[in-house]
Design a protein around this ligand. Structure first.
Ligand SMILES: Nc1ncnc2c1ncn2[C@@H]1O[C@H](COP(=O)(O)OP(=O)(O)OP(=O)(O)O)[C@@H](O)[C@H]1O
Ligand SMILES: [Mg+2]
Length: 367
């Protein structure tokens, strides 16, 4: 049973704090994704687990094995850790057939010939590549090469699978197929997996839990739906899914308990139910998902919400629907509609519940 525990992990490169205060326990068989923008410390964290990086402080254990413990000077070398690491650049040996590429880690581990043949067949079958065993890498598509790279890792039966952006070299269509296939494989294997990506669609689709990272620190840990529906702050809301941010000022006393009104630049009001109690006059940001906003006919209000007038700044056809960019009191919004419209302005309905209030101005200038 391979439960991974990371406690108080930190890694600095000179003055750069690549990872700080990182605490995470991954249950046996769990699939956890590290998600965040470029440079937020995802690969450094993965490297620390695999033993490619010596962390500055902290402790990493897998089951009962201590991989790293700064307090007592334990650092298990990478070859003594049973981790399977697959990178974005799958780096197959070009002069070796698929079968020999997959055999390579077994030769290193001195696995006997009969056992080796059996395990190669098993690993290639897992990634559905058994028919390609005698091909060379250049005779395969990018997606097929990535599968071979995965087979080369699975063949030595790692306790933990570490995947660093394994699909990012694939084109959009292939990537979509590879994601579905990876989701099926993970169900079959049930391996404890840490997956690194900066693609939020991939993270939402594949993960049991997502760790959103920002500047070397954990911004939020949660199940995909939890993170999408209850982002901890504006950064997470912005990073996961499309979010429309409206910055305004809290108007006067609350209208009723739990309900506040926010005045946008230009004077329009938005009402919102929230358990937060910002001071009157405080600058706040309201976050709405595009699917929560509705375009309504002029002068027609919607139930339980606010109707505000927004200026259309651009429109583009995105296949079956239109994407509108809007300006509302200086905030840039994006919304999809199936109705083509040439109106320079339109009315938007914002639900009274569902929007999330964050203190302070929005950290993004446009969605
Ligand atoms: N060997 C190194 N020497 C100095 N700084 C480093 C080194 N490796 C990483 N860093 C820095 O540490 C920070 C985290 O890097 P890391 O590679 O973990 O980011 P990442 O989240 O994987 O980004 P990406 O999505 O671009 O792969 C960055 O600021 C990076 O410049
Ligand atoms: Mg990286």
């Amino acid at each position: 049973m391979a439960e991974l525990r990371i406690e108080n992990l930190a890694k600095t490169f000179g003055a750069v704090r690549a990872v700080e205060d990182f605490d995470l326990t991954v249950a046996d068989g769990e699939f956890v994704t590290l998600l965040g923008p470029s440079g937020c410390g995802k690969s450094t964290t993965l490297g620390a687990i695999a033993g490619l990086e010596a962390p500055t402080s902290g402790r990493i254990t897998v089951g009962r094995t201590v991989y790293f413990d700064a307090s007592c000077g334990i650092f298990l070398p990478p070859e003594a850790r049973n981790c399977g690491l697959v990178f974005q650049s799958y780096a197959l040996w070009p002069h070796m057939r698929v079968r020999d590429n997959v055999a390579f880690p077994l030769s290193l581990r001195r696995v006997g010939k009969a056992e080796r043949t059996r395990r190669i067949e098993e690993a290639l079958a897992l990634v559905e590549m058994e028919r390609y065993a005698d091909r060379y890498p250049h005779e395969l598509s990018g997606g097929q090469q990535q599968r071979v790279a995965l087979a080369r890792t699975l063949v030595y039966r790692p306790e933990i699978l570490l995947l660093d952006e394994p699909l990012s070299n694939l084109d959009a269509k292939l990537r979509d197929r590879a994601r579905t296939w990876l989701a099926e494989l993970r169900t079959r294997l049930g391996l404890t997996t840490i997956y690194v990506t900066h693609d939020q669609v991939e993270a939402l689709a594949l993960s049991d839990r997502i760790v959103v990272m920002n500047g070397g620190r954990i911004a939020q840990i949660g199940a995909p739906q939890e993170i999408y529906e209850h982002p901890a702050d504006g950064f997470v809301a912005d990073f996961i899914g499309t979010t429309n941010f409206l910055t305004g000022v809290v108007a006067g006393a609350p209208v009723t308990a739990g309900e506040i009104a926010v005045t946008l630049p230009g004077g329009q009001h938005v009402r919102l139910l929230t358990d937060k109690r910002p001071d009157s006059g405080a600058t706040v940001t309201l976050a709405f998902r595009p699917e929560q906003m509705r375009i309504v006919a002029e002068g027609q209000g919607g139930p339980d919400g606010s109707v505000v007038r927004a200026r259309v700044t651009s429109r583009s056809y995105v296949g079956g629907r239109w994407q509108l960019a809007l300006d509302l009191g200086g905030s840039a919004l994006r919304i999809d509609t199936e109705e083509p419209t040439n109106a320079p302005e339109l009315d938007l309905w914002l639900p009274i519940s569902g929007g999330i209030l964050f203190p302070g101005p929005s950290h993004v200038s446009s969605p």
